[in-house]
Design a protein around this ligand. Structure first.
Ligand code: NAP
Length: 253
């Protein structure tokens, strides 16, 4: 049974990695998917993969930190599909180094994409969902919002902000039938991870995960499908860890 048949979803940063996995899982569940990213070539690939699953897809190039781009993303979605039922705020970047080495520009870039981008997309989409008296938003946070993982203070701070934004926005819009939740992924095998870890580091990391493997984008996609589906109709304001148990243990002895 297709739990999301006919619903319209926007996924940001969906040209690769977790966003692409989320888009494919939503499509398999029957949703039509709007694919946003910075690069047209990547968008076109995900659009073709989604269309192969016999739902409709639309690609919209745009930067989630730019309000005019977010406005265009919303307008093109409404023009094409007439409604927005699901928003997945996935676009994100990370800079790995000790805090004292971060430049002000790097702090701004990380906070702009990871937190301001979520704010802008929610702010533009929520009024449409309120009009429809229905909608579900999932924000992709990280276990780094709750635990030290690797040196990336601005990233961890941005993701803690996403958890707080999720909780407070959920409270504000609950009475309009709109639900807002977050997912806190653990280590997921994506191009972002490949740029941060060597193959040897990845292997060592995988061995240290209680469930014995790195996560795949579809692990996050399936959790998104659940949170936006009617099966989760009484869940709002929550942040769900999808981490293979990475964050369950403090000492690795
Ligand atoms: P990824 O492989 O780098 O994919 C993210 C996509 O978002 C890229 O195509 C990226 O384009 C795009 N993007 C970046 N800035 C954007 C902007 N301003 N507007 C629109 N799109 C933008 O990353 P990922 O690993 O799939 O991560 C996806 C999300 O999961 C992020 O929020 C990340 O923080 C979170 N997460 C990931 C992990 C993990 O282990 N992978 C763990 C916890 C949380 P460019 O490549 O051109 O920048």
């Amino acid at each position: 049974m297709q739990t999301l048949a006919g619903r319209v979803a926007i996924v940001t940063g969906a040209g690769q990695g977790i966003g692409r996995g989320v888009a494919l899982c939503l499509a398999r569940a029957g949703a039509h998917v709007v694919i946003n990213d910075l690069v047209q070539e990547r968008i076109s690939r995900t659009v073709s993969e989604v269309e192969a699953l016999t739902v409709r897809a639309l690609g919209v190039v745009g930067d989630v930190t730019q309000s005019q781009d977010v406005d265009r993303l919303v307008q093109e979605t409404l023009h094409h599909f007439g409604s927005i039922d699901i928003l997945v705020n996935n676009a994100g970047i990370a800079v790995l180094k000790p805090m004292v080495e971060h430049s002000e520009a790097e702090w701004d870039a990380v906070l702009n994409v990871n937190l301001k981008g979520v704010f802008l997309c929610c702010q533009r989409v929520v009024p449409e969902m309120i009009k429809q008296k229905r909608g579900a938003i999932v924000n992709i946070a990280s276990i780094a919002a709750f635990h030290y993982t690797v040196p990336h203070v601005p990233y961890a701070a941005s993701k803690a902000g996403v958890v707080a934004l999720t909780r407070d926005l959920a409270y504000e819009v609950a009475r309009f039938g709109v639900r807002v939740n977050a997912i806190a992924p653990g280590p997921i095998e994506t191009p972002l991870m490949a740029s941060a870890l060597s193959p040897q580091q990845k292997e060592a990391y995988a061995r240290s995960i209680p469930l014995g493997r790195l996560g795949q984008p579809e692990d996050i996609g399936e959790a998104v499908v659940f949170l936006v589906s009617d099966a989760a109709s009484y869940i709002t304001g929550a942040t769900l860890p999808v981490s293979g148990g990475t964050d369950l243990r403090v000492l690795n002895v």
